[in-house]
Design a protein around this ligand. Structure first.
Ligand code: ZN
Length: 693
């Protein structure tokens, strides 16, 4: 199913690093032999492939007039490393053992070092510049690959000279250390909190599993009663279910003052000073690279075109959803019979939801046996995108429950995917899609895309199949959407195939798009079947399910917009603010967007690890951005019929097939005939009448 005519070391002098024999990680044909890979294979294979690819890089550095063949050589370097490291990282996530984890951890720095070396390679950068000058315009895909590579070199500081280059490196190292400390402080402050309670009535309303954990924690310390911690599940359980307002208030204060100068551990792990240092260093890094501010730098790798565009987008969405948030809040207040405080919102919202849309997870589970859901999902994808999905015996898997499926289009095999859907020990939690092989059509490297689809559903027991909650059904659709992006790609260069090279505020488009189908009555009828009687989900349950989807959506939306606007404005200033400036900005944003006024002691920025601990700085807006893309793309289907073949073919051709080979906005416009519009998201969230009035 996967044809490969090149493997690790192709195009390099393999005599320099003798090929270790009998190492399954170094086999160059077919899919990884998961059941043959042992921890002792890891380090020799990694060292071998890195040495061979270092030699390939050295050869590339020596070429004076780089051409398309030169570009293909570098693509093979990345593929060769992925071929060895990919299965190791995958096994470490799904079938970890102490020995494998040790081997993985020992090799991770070697792989990181190699990527850093390549990313900082001035000679390669200069050759890419030459290639950029000589590549003809009609080589569209190659030009995009060169453009992205040059951009990443520049963002890594490679184009800087002398002192600036050294300073940039120093700034990046300091930032990495400060961000790690920010996260650590937050973790320490969270772990330090405990609430000991001996009166059962004070804990009324809490779910049994929360109480059980609290009882065990108390017993461990030789205490009576319950010891509640501040881990996210306990915090959420208290805010949503605790009948005691005093307990909710206590938890609200502890949660919103973590790692700050206020609250139960005031000053012990204060992130306040780190915030201003981080902002100052980010601003400096942006200036060194020639950007006006950090927000501009962040947008260099995103679909959004400009700082003003993002701010305008967030403000527009806020202006139109705020009346709904106000209406939600009034409704909750009426239900509670009093004015609500910030620690009351989640509690009363949950009570009202129970009253209106009472549908427990357990009640729904019976209708979603996994085999039925999978069959319905596959047939949906087959109908939409003209493919066939067929189960095949896999030659080698890492667990007996893993299955392999082949994908064909017009009778021709175009790829395949592994499913690993059940929770078990030694497997990381959560759900994800990852590439096992990227599509390639290069000289000496031809392969079809292969994906991993990993979830953590409850395994079948006895005669009972795995039964999914509706939330898990949505998760499965989400990951399968990523999978289709990976599998239906028609791009020949691995670096731009599937989800590779897609702007990261657009990469969730196919996944969130496919989620929509998991709510449609016509699809729910095909993916459900009571596991003993086969009865599909009744209409009345489908209605309740959809009612709960948009319940209190106004409040949820303005909360996300408050975070997103605060993050983006904070990083788009001409000069980095001091701590007083940070809080003044937050106050302004709240006045503009929020409907719930937090108390004076609230220190939300000290807990905002998305943006101060790492990846989402000047990027938090991406959540809403991708939701708009997905809702608007799905609206095209609603206009023509959600199973309309012509619309689906256009989605496949313009979005899924092109991967990162074309800018995300161009791809979207080619599909939709216009730029994205926020109306579709507002409609999907049930926020339309006031918006139109
Ligand atoms: Zn996703």
């Amino acid at each position: 199913m996967t044809s490969t005519t090149a493997g690790p070391g192709t195009g390099t002098d393999d005599r320099r690093t003798a090929e270790p024999t009998d190492n399954p990680l170094l086999e160059s044909v077919g899919l990884p032999r998961f059941d043959a890979i042992r921890p002792e294979h890891v380090e020799p294979a990694v060292r071998h492939v890195l040495a061979a690819q270092r030699a390939a890089i050295a050869e590339a550095e020596a070429v004076d007039a780089p051409d398309v063949g030169w570009l293909e050589n570098l693509e093979r370097v990345h593929d060769a490393i992925g071929r060895v490291w990919g299965p190791i990282a995958h096994l470490n996530a799904v079938a970890s053992t102490p020995a494998l984890r040790d081997a993985y951890n020992a090799c991770l720095p070697l792989v990181t070092e190699f990527h850093t070396e390549v990313g900082q390679n001035r000679a390669l950068y200069e050759r890419f510049l030459r290639l950029d000058e000589t590549l003809p315009a009609e080589r569209r895909v190659e030009r995009e690959l060169v453009r992205q590579t040059l951009r990443d070199f520049r963002l890594g500081g490679v184009a800087l000279e002398g002192e600036d280059r050294a300073r940039y490196r120093e700034v990046m190292q300091k930032l990495a250390a400060l961000q790690a400390t920010f996260e650590q402080n937050l973790m320490d402050a969270t772990d330090a909190f405990e609430h000991h309670e001996t009166r059962a009535e004070q804990l009324a309303g809490l779910p049994e599993e929360t109480l059980e954990r609290a009882r065990a924690a108390a017993a461990e310390k030789g205490l009576d009663g319950w010891l509640l911690k501040l881990d996210p599940p306990t915090y959420l359980a208290v805010m949503t279910h605790a009948r005691s307002e005093a307990l909710r208030k206590l938890y609200y204060e502890a949660w919103t003052t973590r790692a700050s100068d206020r609250g139960p551990s005031a000053g012990r792990w204060d992130n306040g000073p780190l915030i201003t240092e981080i902002l100052a260093l980010r601003h400096e890094s942006a200036k060194l690279l020639g950007f006006k501010n950090y927000a501009e730098l962040s947008l260099a790798t995103k679909m959004a075109g400009s700082v003003d565009e993002v701010i305008g987008f967030l403000r527009d969405l806020a202006r139109r959803s705020k009346p709904y948030a106000e209406r939600n809040l009034a409704e909750l207040g009426e239900h509670a019979g009093r004015r609500l405080e910030p620690w009351d919102i989640a509690f009363y919202s949950e009570r009202l939801r129970e009253q209106r849309f009472a549908l427990s997870d357990e009640e729904l589970r019976r209708y979603f046996p996994l085999p039925k859901v999978l069959a319905g999902l596959f047939s949906l994808a087959e109908n939409l995108f003209g493919i066939e999905i067929a189960r095949k015996p896999a030659e080698s898997v890492w667990h007996p429950s893993v299955e392999y499926y082949e994908v064909r289009r017009r009778g021709v095999v175009t790829g395949g995917f592994f499913t690993d859907l059940y929770a078990r020990p030694q497997k990381r939690g959560g759900a994800w899609m990852d590439g096992c092989r990227d599509r390639a059509r290069l000289s000496r490297l031809r392969q079809d895309p292969v994906a991993y689809l990993v979830c953590n559903f409850a395994p079948p027991t006895g005669d009972t199949p795995s039964l999914l909650t509706h939330g898990e059904v949505v998760t499965l659709f989400h990951e399968f959407g990523h999978g289709l992006h990976h599998l239906l790609t028609e791009v020949d260069y691995p670096s731009l195939a599937g989800i590779n090279g897609v702007a990261w505020d657009a990469v969730e488009l196919p996944s969130q798009f496919l989620e929509n189908y998991a709510w449609r009555p016509e699809v729910l009828k095909t993916i459900s079947g009571e596991y003993r009687t086969g009865e599909p989900l009744p209409d009345e349950k489908i209605e309740k399910l959809n009612g709960s989807r948009t319940f209190m959506e106004g409040l949820a939306t303005v909360r996300q917009l408050e975070f997103a606007l605060f993050d983006f404005l904070l990083h788009s200033r001409d000069a980095p603010p001091d701590l007083a400036g940070v809080y003044a900005l937050l106050d302004d944003v709240r006045r503009e967007v929020a409907v719930v006024k937090p108390p004076e002691y609230n220190r939300f920025p000290c807990t905002f690890s998305h943006i101060f601990g790492g990846g989402y700085a000047a990027g938090y807006y991406s959540y809403k951005w991708a939701e708009v893309l997905a809702a608007d793309a799905f609206a095209a289907f609603e206009e023509t019929g959600v199973l309309d073949a012509a619309t689906a073919e256009r989605f496949r051709r313009e979005i899924l097939a092109v991967g990162g080979s074309r800018p995300a906005l161009d791809a979207f416009v080619a599909f939709r005939g216009r730029e994205p519009d926020i109306d579709a998201l507002l409609r999907q969230a049930g926020m339309v009448e006031t918006a139109a009035a």
